[in-house]
Design a protein around this ligand. Structure first.
Ligand SMILES: C[S@@+](CC[C@H](N)C(=O)[O-])C[C@H]1O[C@@H](n2cnc3c(N)ncnc32)[C@H](O)[C@@H]1O
Length: 239
């Protein structure tokens, strides 16, 4: 069995998320594998200050989830989940036969989310500590919906949006959907400066070359829109 740390799964505060290196042992004392937990290091490297702003309270959740079309048993990934409100909502909708991965590098948020998932008895919610611009501990062609709320513009700034898109394409099923929630491009709060905010057309320009066809743009609140894409054949991904 892969160790939790190896798989990138977040563990409770009493355990070893802080560690940068450790050995995992099976119950009979054998060393299963040498494990390197680099969550905190990665977060520091990327200078992530913490969750930043949650968009959940700014948007019409019902409209958003109608557009995401999650059915019972669907598989869902929340990239840069922050406090994980979307992942919890998705987990409730997909039920125990589905899987909702909540992925972030923000350690404190993940610990709270993992505790809440346990408290609310949501075994379908998998809390994962990982860099969303690197290879994710998620099987290829296994996901119905990849979702990223108000984090895509950050990845563009960091210069790693392309890596995230390649990985999203890998884990999505053929015709799976990528849904990106962003701030409308206007001057002022909430959200980043207008120069950092992305219009739907700007998002499409970045996303489409990675094997995605634009579907629709939906207003999901006064400050935010959702743009959805379908995963289509991508020659580079199949080389
Ligand atoms: C502005 S918050 C949005 C949180 C959540 N999506 C929401 O809308 O409520 C951005 C989140 O993305 C995470 N994040 C940014 N870059 C990341 C990366 N490369 N890997 C994992 N998480 C990242 C941050 O830690 C933070 O929790």
């Amino acid at each position: 069995m892969p160790s939790l740390c190896q798989a990138g799964f977040c563990r409770p505060p009493s355990e070893r998320l802080h560690e940068t290196s450790s050995e995992e042992r099976s119950t009979d004392g054998e060393v299963d594998s040498v494990v390197v937990c680099r969550v905190e290091e990665l977060r520091m490297e990327k200078q992530l200050p913490g969750a930043g702003m949650s968009s959940f309270d700014l948007i019409h959740v019902q409209i958003l989830f109608e557009r995401l079309c999650l059915a019972k048993g669907s598989t869902f990934v929340d990239l840069g989940c922050g406090r994980g409100e979307y992942a919890i909502e998705a987990a409730l909708r997909i039920g125990e036969k589905g899987i909702a991965y909540a992925i972030d590098l923000w350690e404190d948020g993940l610990v709270v989310l993992a505790t809440e998932a346990e408290f609310r008895d949501l075994p379908q919610l998998r809390v994962v500590a990982a860099d969303i611009c690197s290879t994710l501990p998620v099987d290829g062609a296994s996901i119905d919906v990849c979702f990223a709320a108000v984090v895509f513009h950050d990845l563009v700034q960091e210069g790693c949006a392309e890596s995230m898109l390649e990985e999203a394409h890998r884990i999505l099923k053929p015709h799976g959907r990528l849904a990106i929630l962003e701030f409308k491009k206007f001057d002022g709060h909430p959200g980043p400066p207008i120069s950092v905010k992305l219009s739907p057309d700007q998002v499409e320009q970045i996303v489409a070359p990675h094997g995605f066809a634009r579907n629709e743009v939906t207003e999901v609140g006064p400050y935010n829109y959702l743009i959805t894409f379908e995963s289509v054949f991508h020659a580079a991904a199949n080389d």
